[in-house]
Design a protein around this ligand. Structure first.
Ligand code: PXP
Length: 238
């Protein structure tokens, strides 16, 4: 499995003082040098952490593979078509939420999703849809023409260590297996940490895990290189 590192919270910290430190480009370079497969940033409608200039600068960095998380809006589609990130992950977005809550409802807006995905795929961008581990949503993502899904691991992460863990975990495992029978490639992310990430190895053929908060939180104590290194070892099953 590959590790994509979400560096949104490096920008959150930077924005707390309005300057340039900690520098998100340095963070992106660091993570790639340490073996991350991609750098994920969520350009939110309210630009609360990552800014347009950040995604442009990260995109221009050599050797950095940019995965742009974005809402299904015309503005974001325009940005992606111009920026041409290596990958986009289409997420639902609500202004008041602290972080992405729940997966995208692709089944409930299949026509819109299909029309949204098409030009991105035609532009050579790897498109992924961030969905709950739900069979109807997996089917819809497939019909919409996205080659990838990213399974929302938030419920599993919340339930980890409780009597609900197994049910949430089996939902992920079942959804991944179903998606793979359709030929979809499957990523996962949200709420994964140094403990709950280990069970991702029980799900066959996951491609990439996208992890942010727990890595940046650990980096406060041990530094970003060590935090990324430790997570990469877990993701690689070492
Ligand atoms: N994947 C997606 C689609 C997300 O929206 C997020 C959060 O921005 C993540 C992964 C990373 O989640 P976390 O910061 O909890 O690791």
């Amino acid at each position: 499995m590959l590790l994509g590192v979400n560096i949104d919270h490096v920008a959150t910290l930077r924005n707390a003082r309005g300057g340039i430190e900690p520098n998100v480009l340095t963070a992106a370079r660091f993570c790639m040098d340490l073996g991350a497969s991609s750098i994920t940033t969520h350009l939110r409608e309210d630009r609360r952490h990552i800014k347009d200039s950040d995604v442009q600068s990260i995109r221009a960095l050599p050797k950095v593979r940019l995965n742009l998380e974005m809402a299904m809006t015309d503005e974001m589609q325009d940005i992606a078509l111009h920026l041409r990130p290596h990958a986009v992950c289409i997420v639902p977005e609500k202004r008041q939420e602290l972080t992405t809550e729940g997966g995208l409802d692709v089944a409930g807006q299949l026509d819109r999703a299909t029309e949204f995905v098409k030009p991105l795929v035609e532009r050579g961008i790897e498109v992924s849809m961030f969905i709950d581990p739900d069979i109807a949503q997996v089917s819809a993502a497939y019909k919409a023409g996205a080659p990838f899904i990213e399974m929302h691991t938030g419920r599993y992460s919340e339930d980890f260590g409780t009597e609900r863990e197994e049910e949430s975990f089996q939902a992920l495992k079942g959804a991944a297996a179903f998606a793979q029978t359709l030929g979809l490639k499957v990523n996962a992310g949200h709420g994964l940490n140094y403990e709950n990430v280990k069970r991702m190895h029980e799900i066959p053929d996951l491609v990439e895990l996208n992890i942010g908060h727990s890595i940046i939180a650990r980096a406060v104590f041990v530094g970003l290189p060590q935090a990324v290194k430790e997570m990469k070892e877990l993701v690689e099953g070492k």
